[in-house]
Design a protein around this ligand. Structure first.
Ligand code: SAH
Length: 228
């Protein structure tokens, strides 16, 4: 089934230019059945009414319940990383079900800020990965925030070597989840204290030291392996 991203689920809609090429390559005929999704969790079946040089028109069918999201949204709060590593993290973490990314400025990071262009690129990576993994939600990528300003709503877990608690034992799905992962240089003592004061629980990812781009995927992988 072909899935198209549309700005909103309305009874009749023209296909956005970005998706038109895709439809033409598929050589779909009027009457073809498709799926449409809005990137905010809405998904529906749709029928192709018209496809010509002028564009394409769809008519909306029944709304589908989304079965691909975790029981509560999971935010990945991840320290800024060098080069293109954040793209790899955003891509894989989107496949693994992250609903939101909060970029973090931390003391021992090699990078202290990120340009508007890079942020736009990360958002595009999230959109592509969510489509590829057949999710109906495109994760938001929020501009960097100093770690001290990170507030917790729901349950929060901070990956920190030497912690005792385990994510899959401490996590329950009664409220939204925030996972925090540090930079290559790790968190400072003061940062760990601030996270603890804010309500985050330190958790282990095993006795090995993972790279900063591996740790977020281990966190989300542990959740994915529970089958949610
Ligand atoms: N230089 C730091 C390690 C940083 S690893 C040190 O020696 O302590 C980068 C980030 O990955 C850490 O901040 C943490 O969030 C996460 N991480 C890596 N390995 C981990 C582990 N075994 N348990 C929990 N978190 C880990």
């Amino acid at each position: 089934m072909h899935r198209l991203r549309v700005p909103a689920l309305v009874p009749e809609m023209s296909v956005p230019p970005a998706e038109l090429h895709h439809l033409r390559v598929l050589r779909l005929r009027p009457g073809a059945e498709l799926r449409v999704f809005d990137g905010q969790g809405g998904e529906a079946s749709a029928t192709l009414l018209r496809l010509d040089e002028g564009g394409a028109l769809l008519s909306l069918g029944e709304h589908l319940t989304n079965v691909r999201e975790t029981p509560q949204p999971v935010t990945l709060a991840v320290a800024l990383l060098k080069g293109d590593k954040l793209s790899d993290v955003v891509r894989a973490a989107t496949e693994l079900g992250a609903a939101r990314f909060q970029l973090l400025q931390t003391r021992y990071a090699d990078v202290q800020d990120i340009g508007e262009q890079k942020l736009t690129r990360l958002r595009r990576v999230a959109a592509e990965a969510s489509k590829q993994s057949r999710r109906a939600v495109t994760p938001e990528v929020l501009a960097p925030l100093p770690l001290a300003e990170l507030r917790l709503a729901g349950q929060g877990f901070a990956a920190h070597p030497g912690s005792q608690a385990r994510l899959t034992e401490a996590l329950h799905w009664a409220s939204p989840v925030t996972l925090v992962s540090g930079p290559e240089g790790g968190f400072s003592e003061a940062e760990i204290e601030a996270l603890t004061r804010a309500g985050f629980l330190g958790i282990t990812l095993g006795p090995r030291i993972l790279r900063a781009e591996t740790a977020p995927l281990a966190l989300l992988g542990a959740i994915a392996a529970t089958g949610v």
